[in-house]
Design a binder for this molecule. Structure first.
Ligand SMILES: Cc1cc2nc3c(=O)[nH]c(=O)nc-3n(C[C@H](O)[C@H](O)[C@H](O)COP(=O)(O)OP(=O)(O)OC[C@H]3O[C@@H](n4cnc5c(N)ncnc54)[C@H](O)[C@@H]3O)c2cc1C
Ligand code: FES
Length: 391
């Protein structure tokens, strides 16, 4: 349903003319959102459970249509009832969902629905709208920069939002933000180095390419679910391109109690960055598209060979952890499925990631999992269309 929103308005007195305009333009819905709008005079509008008066005014002015979407601070059935009594038809829930993964999300909405249907009234389901995930920005300064080639480089910061040791940021990511330019998600390559690896692909990464020691940047995070524990296993890490940057922290975290081997691929030798850091953790096989270093070809072509080089006992307890371009990860899955059961295969693909907290839905994988809250490292089944998900 196409809907207009009050969010861009400077004062709430503009809501009624704006919703009438939206109605004339054929919008079927109008969202009253307390994120925007202040009264021309008088006290500030409370950020949560506000705007009831405004919803009533708008409802009176527009009659039956368009549909009014009320949102702001909804966390319980009582809040929904307040919005409904004011005249809202649909209800938006945002902040109350932050910090939940997809399965908890569904449980929460089912409970809320149960509360709304139950008589006599009882508010069993209640969450806080104070976000439990980090939404604040921390300022960091670039301490050093290493260029691997014209479009791939490493930035190390003087600080991260907290003190992390190597392995603490396994399966996590941060948003790097430059005011006026935008923000994009990045894995921390090495927690002790406080570094990220960046490939220039578009506007934001091109802006980062213009930064050097001393430049300031904002970070928010960490986000992501982390990775499951494995013990007494041989972990085979397969990384392609900048996907390699997400593997080092995982390798650090999972090293105790496991053996680790690495298969790292890139277009050219220059793009196989910081290989020595992986070599300290286990044997590394390298592959380049142009044959300038290691094997000549794409990393998945050498998977069977890497596995065959392991002792029989280790081949029986393999776990695969893949990160890179989608075609690489999917090709790896096909090969790995022949070697181990599917729960021993994890992958991460860079889906479009905007909010990072499970609200916008842009990062959905083929199964419908949200990679920002259910991943970004997820089991094989979450990358399959129509895969049944555990709830
Ligand atoms: C969880 C997560 C972790 C990430 N970690 C890293 C990291 O460690 N290092 C890193 O460099 N990037 C990483 N990324 C990707 C990073 O966020 C993108 O490179 C960045 O969004 C590009 O922004 P942009 O504005 O420069 O390009 P955009 O304007 O967003 O993209 C420009 C064009 O490039 C395409 N594109 C975008 N990203 C890529 C890509 N990675 N490869 C090829 N084409 C692409 C887009 O489809 C578009 O056509 C990660 C993404 C996620 C979701
Ligand atoms: S739901 Fe918004 S990025 Fe995942």
């Amino acid at each position: 349903m196409a809907y207009a929103s009050s969010q861009h308005l400077a004062t709430v007195e503009d809501y009624v003319p704006d919703v009438l305009k939206a109605k004339a333009q054929g919008y079927r819905g109008y969202k009253i959102h307390p994120g925007g709008g202040q009264h021309a005079t008088g006290p500030a509008i409370p950020s949560y459970i506000g705007h009831m008066e405004e919803i009533r005014e708008v409802r009176k002015a527009v009659g039956d249509g368009p549909v009014i979407i009320g949102m702001g601070g909804i966390a319980s059935s009582e809040h929904v009832r307040q919005y409904a009594a004011a005249g809202a038809d649909l209800f938006g829930i945002g902040s109350a969902l932050t910090g939940l993964d997809s399965a908890q999300f569904r449980d929460y909405l089912a409970e809320l629905h149960g509360d709304l249907c139950r008589a006599p009234r009882e508010d069993r389901c209640r969450r806080s709208c104070e976000s439990v995930v980090p939404m604040d920005y921390a300022t960091a300064r670039i301490r050093s920069r290493v260029d691997y080639d014209a479009s791939l480089f490493k930035l190390a910061f003087d600080s991260l939002p907290a003190d992390y040791r190597d392995g603490n940021l396994a399966g996590k990511f941060f948003f790097l933000c430059v005011p006026g330019v935008g923000e994009k998600p990045f894995a921390i390559f090495s927690a002790s180095e406080k570094s990220v690896i960046v490939r220039v692909v578009g506007e934001f990464s091109a802006h980062l390419a213009g930064l050097g020691p001393g430049s300031e940047i904002l970070l928010r995070g960490p986000y992501g679910r982390g990775v499951p524990r494995f013990e007494n296993s041989t972990l085979v890490f397969v990384g392609g391109g900048t996907g390699i940057a997400s593997l080092l922290e995982i390798a650090h975290q999972l090293q105790p109690g496991n053996r680790e081997v690495f298969l790292l691929g890139a277009r050219t030798r220059e793009q196989l960055f910081d290989v020595d850091k992986f070599e300290r953790l286990g044997p590394v096989t390298l592959a380049t598209d142009d044959g300038s270093l290691g094997r000549h070809g794409l990393a998945p072509e050498f998977l069977a060979e890497v596995a065959a080089g392991l002792p029989q006992a280790e081949r029986e307890r393999l776990v695969f952890i893949n990160c890179g371009p989608a075609p690489m990860v999917h090709r790896c899955f096909e090969i790995q499925k022949e070697m181990v059961s599917e729960e021993r295969i994890l992958g991460s693909i860079e889906y479009m990631t905007s909010c990072g907290v499970g609200i916008c839905g842009k990062c959905a994988s083929p199964s419908g999992a949200l990679s920002c809250i259910d991943g970004p490292f997820m089991p094989w089944r979450e990358f399959q269309c129509g895969a049944r998900r555990e709830v």
